[in-house]
Design a protein around this ligand. Structure first.
Ligand code: TPP
Ligand code: MG
Length: 280
């Protein structure tokens, strides 16, 4: 684990957002909302928490992006840590690309699993966490899920299994941006008391301000919260965080921007970069 440095992590999260928006601006479409809400959690994981090396797939910490449609944020961080060449993001979602609209582990060896069909990341994470226990390995497994995704029953089978097997090497992050593909999560599929639900399934639960790298770092660095229990961080986030005119609106789950809107979004990021001294 690297020492916490707020400025560096905020800049990494910003660079992820810029990669997300510029990839969409170049390619004309993409899942923007969930990538931008999860950017801070992904920045903290890759910038400060996880031990990883794309060359050593066996012993490093595992990360499963269960909500695979948020993958522009994952591609965005990979470009920042040097796991991929940023220029290749220009091929995003084109025929034959290594960067499709949902991540494909057969094309990118630094990925643990292909995801996109919601509800499978936590079961897969249980497998890694149990394997680590059985094999005496010290790596952790991190799984990032969405709040709409919590409607998938397979997650709750996995939640029960993880608690039963005392998988305290498993850390889930729930990106609770309160929106899913077609509206408020609370209006599409209640109940949304995720803290209460995971607690009742035997998990150790913390809620944090999910677009605050400091709060995310403190929670992730403290995991496991209780010995013998899997941990979950319920990250209270804003969908499309960072682009003011897209924030907190279900219709920007996926975005096909006009040239003007794309330029407006890029200009907003440029003004933040200028203010923070992050212009490249
Ligand atoms: C099994 C399955 N059903 C439906 C979908 C279609 N789908 C893609 S994203 C999404 C909404 C997910 O909402 P949430 O988990 O809150 O993620 P966010 O949109 O906030 O990033 C849905 C229903 C899917 N990918 N997989
Ligand atoms: Mg959501």
């Amino acid at each position: 684990m690297k020492p916490f440095n707020r400025e560096e992590l905020e800049r990494l999260a910003f660079n992820i957002r810029r990669n997300v928006v510029s990839t969409i601006a170049t390619n004309g479409e993409g899942h923007v909302g969930g990538a931008l809400s999860a950017a801070d959690a992904i920045a903290v994981l890759y910038g400060a928490i996880m031990n990883y090396s794309p060359q050593d797939l066996q012993h490093r910490d595992k990360f499963i992006l269960s909500a695979g449609h948020k993958c522009l944020a994952l591609y965005g961080v990979m470009a920042e840590i040097g796991a991929i060449d940023k220029a290749e993001l220009k091929t995003y979602n084109k025929l034959g690309t290594r960067f499709p609209g949902h991540p494909d582990a057969t094309k990118l060896p630094c990925l643990d699993f292909s995801t996109g069909s919601l509800g499978h990341g936590l079961p897969l994470g249980c497998g890694y966490a149990l394997a680590a226990k059985l094999q005496g390995e010290s790596y952790r497994t991190y799984v990032l899920m969405g709040d709409g995704e919590q409607g998938e029953g397979s997650l709750w089978e996995a939640a029960a299994f993880a608690a039963h097997k005392k998988l305290d090497n498993l850390v889930a992050i729930l990106d609770e941006n309160t929106l899913q593909i077609n509206g408020r999560t609370s209006e599409v599929c209640k109940p949304t008391d995720f803290e209460g639900r995971y607690t009742s399934f035997g998990w150790s639960v913390r809620s944090v301000a999910g677009n605050d790298v400091g709060a995310l770092y403190d929670a992730l660095a403290a995991a496991p919260f209780e010995a013998g229990k899997p941990s979950i961080i319920v990250a209270k986030t804003i969908k499309s965080k960072g682009i003011s005119f897209l924030e907190d609106q279900a219709k920007y789950h996926h975005w096909n921007p006009s040239r003007e809107s794309a330029d407006q979004a890029l200009a907003e990021l440029d003004s933040v970069a200028a203010e923070r001294g992050w212009l490249e």
